[in-house]
Structure formats: C-alpha cells, structure tokens
Design a binder for this molecule. Sequence first.
Ligand code: ADP
Ligand code: MG
Length: 704
Amino acid sequence: MDKTLLDALFQPKSIAVVGASTKPGKIGYTVTDRLIKDGYPGPIYPINPGASELLGLKVYPSVSACPGPVDAAVVVVPAEAVKDALLDCAQKGVKGIILITSGFAEIGEKELEQEIVRIAHENNMRILGPNIVGILSNTDKMNASFCPFLPFPGRAALLSQSGALVIAIDAATYSRRVGFDKLVSLGNMADVDFTDCVEWLAQDENTSCISLYIEGFRDGRRFMDIARKTGKPIIALKAGVSAHGAAAAASHTGSLAGAVKVYGAAFTQCGVVQASDLDNLFDRVLALSLQPPMRGDNLLIITNGGGIGVLATDAAERCGIPLKFAPPDVQAELKKHMPVFGSAKNPVDITGMAGPDWYLDAVRYALTHPWLDGLAVLYCETAQTEPLEIAKTIRQAVTESGVTDKPVCACFVGGERSLKAMQWLVESGIPAYAAPDTAVNAMAALYEYGQMRAAVAANDIPSADPAARGAALKIIQQARSDGRTALTEIEAKQVFAAYGMPVTATRLAKSEDEAAALAKQTGFPLVLKIVSPDIIHKSDAGGVKVNLKDEAAVRQAYRDILQNAKAYKADADIHGVAVQEMAEWGAEVILGSVNDPSFGPTVMFGLGGIFVEALKDVTFRVAPIGVSQAAGMMSEIRGAPILAGVRGEKPRDRQAMAAVISRYSQMVTDLMDEIAETDANPVLLYEEGKGLKVVDARIILKKK
Ligand code: ADP
Ligand code: MG
C-alpha cells in the first residue's frame, strides 16, 4: 500500500465534507463548522446535492463537481450511501477518506465494511474508520471531526479505538495542560490501523510521543515490528481483560495465558511503555513528550519537605527505581546549598527554609554530575516562598546546567499558587505534578522507556531454522497421516530434539518382553509411560511409573499401565509403553506456547510441576525471542530467587535455560502453521553448568 496516501489523511491540502448539512446540530454541519472555526487553511468543499451555501461556503452537489483538487474527504452520509460517496471520491482522485459514519462491523455489517475497503483500495484510497470522531491536528489547524476544539497544543499524539475517549481527552488536555499535536480516532480500523498511524507519526516532526488507547490489535506482530523501529516513545493503555487466551485449552499454557499478559509482554519486547489507567496515561505522556529517556537507575530527589521526600522514596521503590545514596562528592557539594540540618543523602532535603537560590544551586549542580541519570524536584508550598518563583528557578537551573539528555520532573504540593506554578513549568517544557508519587511514576516511564529501548537494541532474536523445521515436519506429517492432532510424547520429544533441546531418551515398547529388553539397554532406574494420542495427561490415567529399579518392576509397571489406561479410556488408541531414561531431580519449570489471536505464537516460562496452575507464576513473550529476553523472563517471575539459589542452594543453570527458551520460541515460530499448543512440563533445571532435561513434552497440532 502506498504510504504517501496517509499524508492525505494526516495533512490534506484540501478537504470535502460529504454529507455537509445546513441543519445545525447535524454532524455534517458540525464538521464543516469546526474546519472553518479552527482555521483550516486549505479549501473546504461542503458536498450536498440539496444545498447551495453553508456557513459562507459554496456547496457542491458531488465531490467530482468540486472546482479544485480534493485530497481528503470527511464522509458522514448514512452507511448505505457510503459506497456511492466513495466512488464519487474515487472519480475525483481523493486519497484519504475520513469515514465518520457508523453502522458497519460494530453492528455486524462486516461485509459492507469489507466492500468499502475493497472499493477504496481499488481506487488508491485509504480509509480512516469507519465509526470515528475524526482526526485533529494543531500544526495543520485541522479539526476534521466533531470535537468542539483542537487540543491544548503540544507534541504528543493520541491514537484511540474509542471515539468518545477522543472527545473527552481533547477537553482534558486543557485542564491537565498536557499538550497534543494530533488526535486520531481509529474506530473499526477497517483499513488504517494503529501500525499504519504509528509508522506515519514516527516520521512526523511535530510528534514527540505517541499514545495509544487500545482495545485490540488486528495484527500484533506487524505492530511490534514497526514499534521496534520507531525512535520515539510509544505509550499504550490497553483496555479489556479478555479471556480469549483461556478458551478451549488442552494444555496448562492455554489456561495461564490471558490477553493482558500477552499484550504486556509484547509491549515490553518492542519497547512500548504502558499506562495503568487514563490518569496515568496523561501523567506519563506529559513526561514522555517533554523529556529524554532516563538511561540509568540513578534517580536523585531534591525536596524542601521531608514528608514528600519519603512519599517519593516509597514511590521510587514501587516503580522499580529504588533510591541510592549519591556519591560522597555529590553529597559534599550539595551540603553547601542547604542549612546544617538539611540532608544531602537521597532524597536531598534542602529543608523548608529553602528559597529559590538553594533550588537553583542544587538543581544546577546535580544535573551536571555524571552519576545522576534523572532528577525529581519536589516542592511543598511554604509561607516564605512563592511557588511561581520556585518554578522559574527550576527552569533557569535546568537551562543554565546545559544538560538536555537527562530527564527532570517536578512536583508542587499546595493550592492555587502551586497549580499556577506547575502550569507555568509545564508550558516551559518541564513536566510538573501535584503529588510526589505521580512525579516519580512519570520519571519511571522515562526509565522504563530507556531500559526497554536498550533491550530492543540488543536484538538477538534468532532466525528460522529450516533444517530443524524440515525434520519436525516429517514427524508432524506422520501424525497427520494417521489422522491425529496430538503427537505422542515420543514424537513431541523428537521435534524438541530436532530443535536442539535436551530430552530424556525414550523408546517405544509394544510388549512386556520388549519393555524388559529395552529396559536392560537403557539402564536402571527408569520410567515407563503410556503412549497414546488419546491420553494427554498421562498421570491422570495412572500412565506414569517412575523409579523402576529392575526388570521385575518394569514388567509389573508395564501390566499396570496398560490396565490403568484401559480403565481410564476403554477405546483409547494405545501405541504401547515408553521406556524412558529417568532424569535426576532438578527444579521443575514449565515451557509453554499458545497462539494468541492478535500476536500468534507466544512462549511461556514459569515454575512448573503440579502446582503451576495454582501458583500462576509464569510469564509470556511473543515468539521468537533471543536469550536476553529469555533471561528477562527468568528474572521477572516471583520464583526468580529459587532459580538464583536460595538457602545455600546453588543457582540453577539459567544460561542453559535461556538458550532452550530461545530455541523453543524458534520452534513454535517456525511451526506456527502446524502447532496449536505445546508445552514441556516439567523441564528439570539443574545447578549452574549442569544444564537441564525436558522430561515431558506435548504438542497439539492445528486442525486442518
Ligand atoms: P503427565 O504430565 O502427562 O502426567 P509426565 O511425563 O510429566 O506426565 O510425568 C509425570 C511426572 O513424573 C513428572 O511431572 C515428573 O515428576 C515425573 N517424571 C516423568 N518422566 C520422568 C523422567 N524421565 N525422569 C524423572 N521423572 C519423570
Ligand atoms: Mg507432565
């Protein structure tokens, strides 16, 4: 698709309003009115066959009848008239369609929606919408929407799947002094979606931060690719705790995957910061749109009040940037800018006696010190100081320091005077908040952004492995030719082994004598397991016997397993019994994968064993991932200390585990057309240097 077509949506040089109405209150009237009132500089062509004049503009009967070229058309006619409107636009060479009209997929009219997209694409047009509020741009003085006004000016952009939210956020930008350049309502995303817009905004010089209100992605993988390449902060507010991941799950992983976990993982992987709610979105957008990322974790807090300093300290801990004492030279210097009873540790308490001068000296000095990565300046209203003066001093100190690559956020706790001071500071480019925890949380957004960008830059994502894939496909084809969608454990382990993962040696016995013979070759102790595509959870069927020490035990186990299996499921197709090497005990972990409807194959890692569903101590990534992301998974589960070695236990072999997680993620990606779900539970993870063993493996194929 021609990318320049989006220019016509974001920066049209002329606009037609198809369905312009002469009746005030009608959307077609409102849109025309907004375009004029907010100063759209290009030609505006109202289209309505039954009118001749509207708000001082000449009205045309059709787009094709307009005298000059038409770049974009805002279409507000009823759904059934949209097709004809698009054909009219096509005839005129319109490139961008801002389709406000509703009554498409959102009410089940999917076919109509697909048809208009087809018409648009056949005619080299792109559609924003349908079912939207419109698009607004301060730079282009374009209010092509029914929002009452352009947003409070600034450098953020909003892409929203909810139209109502666009209107509400538009108004809130003024009360909150969070500046936006563009607001885009995406609606049904029949054509233009988040990814298209992010890609366009990434090269827009008037956008410094891209915020997203998301209900669901259509193509999460494509979004991730574009987000990774975007050199600007992106922040997402994801709504909707959908249970789609849990549906129809034959494996542990299915019931553990939730949409929120997968989205959260995807955002981490592609460097997208998250907001927890609408308030938080505003707070974080303010920081991300005005300040550079925080590149390390040395956060310094300067305050005139002990109380807000403690609150900020708590918040820093919660946000994952716990405060550290500043180095001695920093403390010694700061000591000069406070009374004797002040504190130069962190928080730096310049005390309630602090006037503008002390703020000036402390801020200017601290910013220039190489130790510091980020600075939060807190102020409690006092009787002796004027908040606006403090705000101006902070601005002056930052400017005079000459430092532009370290973020600064401020907090003003107080009343009306503080509010005014904050607004002044924000308009001068320094984010300011009314509470210390909010200021620190905003700083954390800059920290998260810095951290994630560095991880994205590591870019150690593995590439496809055609040889392994070929070997795996042979095994899969065999199962398919038997009419099966479940691989046996033996087959699943062959696929795992093809991808270089260490599995327990397993061989199939079809009779008791064969089992006894294979047992002698394998060596004792060993494990016998039922092999049947109809028995997915083998222990449930009494189909696993471990620690068999001699031939007699093996023979007995063979008979017991067959008997149990028949009792469990009389018509089960039994291939035989697996004679398997018994692995030494190790920490039990689980690997899993499900296909997310938006992101495709995922990989899950967590503490495994029989308690996995109760503990839910698992984490996800969108596959494939490299070892750096895999290492991140191991450190973010609650049980991370268990892997690191607790109570005198040696650390587990996390390096080997990370390599296997990465291989596993490659396997599910390479085979995404074949595999529906897979897991390995347990994987036994040994001490550092001793590797791991996949003890149980399961692969469920997609139905074809
Ligand atoms: P399922 O999960 O289908 O019930 P598993 O193959 O996971 O069957 O076996 C059940 C349990 O038996 C495992 O969780 C593990 O504790 C133990 N086990 C299975 N195979 C082995 C093996 N080869 N070595 C050591 N322990 C094993
Ligand atoms: Mg198991």
